[in-house]
Design a binder for this molecule. Structure first.
Ligand SMILES: Nc1ncnc2c1ncn2[C@@H]1O[C@H](COP(=O)(O)OP(=O)(O)OP(=O)(O)O)[C@@H](O)[C@H]1O
Length: 469
C-alpha cells in the first residue's frame, strides 16, 4: 500500500502539471504539433518548466534555448549540464554565447535581456515555432509590481508581467506566472531535478535582490496569501486598463485630427476623463513617465481661456503646444520640420483674438472698427488675400519692408530679443496667399497699394487693431 507521504507527492506533482495544463489550454497549444521554444537558464524555475513540458507535450516538439552570458564561472557548468540533459532526454538544444568582449560597460542587465530575446526570436524563426515559453513565476510578478510601486509613476504602469504577449510574430507564454517559487522548489525536489542557484541573486546591492530576498518574504510573512493577491491585482488592473484603453481610443478618435487635439471637444469631457484622455493621447505619442502634478498642470493649461497660446515642457524633450483651439506635441529632439508645423487658424473679420494677457487683437474692415479698438496698421488687400490666417512662424517667413526689400521673421525676433523658447511660440498673421502681414506683437509688413493686387482687382481696406485694456 502506498504511504501517505507518497500519495501526497503524487498529488503535488499532478497538481502543478494540471495547473499548468489548464493555463495552456485555450492557446491552441495542445491541438497543434508546431515546435515550442522553452527558454532555459538552468535555474530551478526553467528546469521545472522544462520538466513539466516534457510531461505535457510530445518532447519532439520542444527546443531548449539557452544563453551562456559568460558572466560567471558557473556559466560553463550550466551549459555543459544542459547539453547532457538534452542529450539524455533527446531534446533539441540551441545555445548562444555572449562573449565578454561584447558586454557593455554599463546597463549589462538590459543588454543581456535584449540579446537573449533576440536569440529566442531567431530560434523560433529557424524552427518555425509557434510559442516561446519562459519560466517567470508569482514571486517575479510580485517583485516587479512592488518595485514599480516604490518607484512611483502612473497607475497604468503598475500592471506587472503579462502571461501572454505577441513575440516575434508569434506568442510568448509564461505558464508559471501564478505559481509561487516555493511550489517550484517543492516540485523540483519531488522530481529530484538538477538545477543551478545563481549566487549573484544574494547580492543585496542590487534593487531586485532586496525585493526578492527581503521585501517579498516580509510581505508573505504578513499574509501568506500575498502572492495570490498581487496576481489578482495584476489581472484586475490589466482588465481595467484594456477596457479603458479601448474606450479612450474611441473617444480620442473623435477629438483628434492629424495629431492635433481639438480642445473644444476635449473640454466637454469631465475632469476625470480628461486626465485619462491626456495620458492616453501622450502615450500614443510615446510620452510616458508623466507625474500627477504635470498632468494637473496640463489640464489647467488647456482649460485656461485667458491663455490661448502656451507651451509646456514634458519628459524626454517633448513640448506640449497649445494654440487657440488645438494642442499638439513637439519633440525638441527631432529637427522641427517647418513644412509640417501646425496648420493655420482662420482669423475672422470683426472678432477679437486673445494672444496673451497683454494682447488681444482683431482685424476689421475700416468702417467697422469697434470703439474699444486701437488701430495698429491698415492694409489694402485684394479680396483673394482673405481670409487672413494666424499660424506659427516658419523658417522661410519674411516681412516686406518699406524699402522694397525683405526681412526674415527670425531677424525680427532676434532684434526684439525674444527668448529662444518664446520664439518657438511666435505667431504670424498672413494673407490667404501666405504673405506675412504681422509678426504678432512685433512688426508689421509694409504693403503699398500695388502689392499683391492686379490692376483691375477689387481691394478692401482692413485694419489690424488692438483692444484697449
Ligand atoms: N540565460 C538564459 N538562457 C535562457 N533563458 C533564460 C536565461 N535567463 C533567463 N531566461 C528565461 O527568462 C526567464 C526569466 O528570467 P529572469 O527573471 O532572469 O529574466 P529577467 O532578467 O527578469 O528578464 P525578463 O523578465 O524581461 O524576461 C527565465 O525563467 C528563463 O525562462
Amino acid at each position: 500500500m502506498a504511504s501517505v507521504a507518497a500519495v501526497a507527492v503524487v498529488a503535488a506533482k499532478m497538481n502543478l502539471q494540471q495547473q499548468i495544463k489548464r493555463r495552456l489550454t485555450g492557446h491552441r497549444f495542445f491541438e497543434s504539433a508546431a515546435p515550442l521554444v522553452v527558454a532555459v537558464s538552468g535555474g530551478v524555475d526553467s528546469m521545472v518548466l522544462l520538466d513539466v513540458m516534457q510531461q505535457l507535450v510530445d518532447p519532439r516538439r520542444l527546443i531548449v534555448a539557452h544563453v551562456n552570458h559568460e558572466l560567471r564561472k558557473q556559466s560553463q557548468q550550466e551549459e555543459a549540464f544542459l547539453k547532457s540533459y538534452c542529450q539524455k532526454h533527446q531534446l533539441k538544444l540551441a545555445v548562444r554565447h555572449w562573449p565578454i568582449k561584447e558586454h557593455p560597460q554599463t546597463g549589462i542587465e538590459d543588454a543581456a535581456r535584449t540579446m537573449r530575446y533576440r536569440f529566442f526570436a531567431q530560434v523560433m524563426h529557424e524552427h518555425q515555432a509557434d510559442f516561446l515559453l519562459t519560466a517567470h513565476h508569482a514571486n517575479d510578478q510580485a517583485e516587479t509590481m512592488l518595485m514599480k510601486m516604490v518607484r512611483g509613476g502612473q497607475l497604468t504602469a503598475l500592471a506587472g508581467i503579462e502571461d501572454e504577449r505577441p513575440f516575434a510574430g508569434k506568442t510568448l507564454l509564461r505558464p508559471l506566472l501564478t505559481i509561487p517559487k516555493d511550489r517550484l522548489y517543492e516540485y523540483a525536489n519531488l522530481h529530484q531535478l538538477t538545477w543551478f542557484e545563481d549566487n549573484t541573486n544574494q547580492d543585496l546591492a542590487l534593487t531586485r535582490n532586496r525585493f526578492r530576498n527581503l521585501i517579498v518574504p516580509a510581505m508573505i510573512k504578513e499574509n501568506p496569501r500575498f502572492l495570490a493577491h498581487m496576481t489578482a491585482w495584476h489581472e484586475q488592473l490589466s482588465d481595467l486598463l484594456a477596457f479603458s484603453q479601448n474606450s479612450l481610443t474611441k473617444l480620442l478618435a473623435q477629438m483628434t485630427t492629424a495629431n492635433q487635439l481639438q480642445l473644444a471637444k476635449y473640454r466637454q469631457q469631465p475632469r476625470s476623463s480628461r486626465r485619462l484622455l491626456m495620458l492616453q493621447w501622450l502615450k500614443n505619442q510615446a510620452v510616458y513617465d508623466l507625474t500627477q502634478s504635470q498632468l494637473m498642470q496640463i489640464d489647467q493649461l488647456l482649460n485656461d481661456d485667458k491663455k490661448p497660446q502656451q507651451i509646456m515642457q514634458l519628459p524626454n524633450e517633448h513640448w506640449l503646444v497649445k494654440e487657440y483651439d488645438v494642442c499638439w506635441l513637439k519633440n525638441a529632439a527631432k529637427k522641427v520640420d517647418n513644412s509640417q508645423k501646425k496648420s493655420a487658424a482662420v482669423v475672422e473679420l470683426g472678432q477679437w483674438h486673445e494672444i496673451n494677457d497683454e494682447l488681444t487683437f482683431g482685424v476689421f474692415s475700416k468702417d467697422q472698427l469697434p470703439k474699444d479698438a486701437i488701430e495698429l496698421a491698415r492694409f489694402k488687400l485684394p479680396s483673394d488675400a482673405l481670409p487672413l490666417r494666424l499660424r506659427s512662424w516658419q523658417k522661410g517667413d519674411r516681412l516686406r519692408l518699406k524699402s522694397g526689400g525683405h526681412q526674415k521673421v527670425r531677424r525680427v525676433l532676434i532684434n526684439d530679443k525674444v527668448p529662444q523658447l518664446q520664439r518657438q511660440e511666435q505667431l504670424v498673421l498672413t494673407t490667404a496667399a501666405e504673405t506675412v502681414l504681422w509678426v504678432v506683437g512685433h512688426k508689421f509688413a509694409w504693403l503699398d497699394e500695388s502689392s499683391g493686387a492686379a490692376e483691375d482687382q477689387e481691394c478692401q481696406i482692413i485694419v489690424v487693431a488692438q483692444r484697449k485694456c
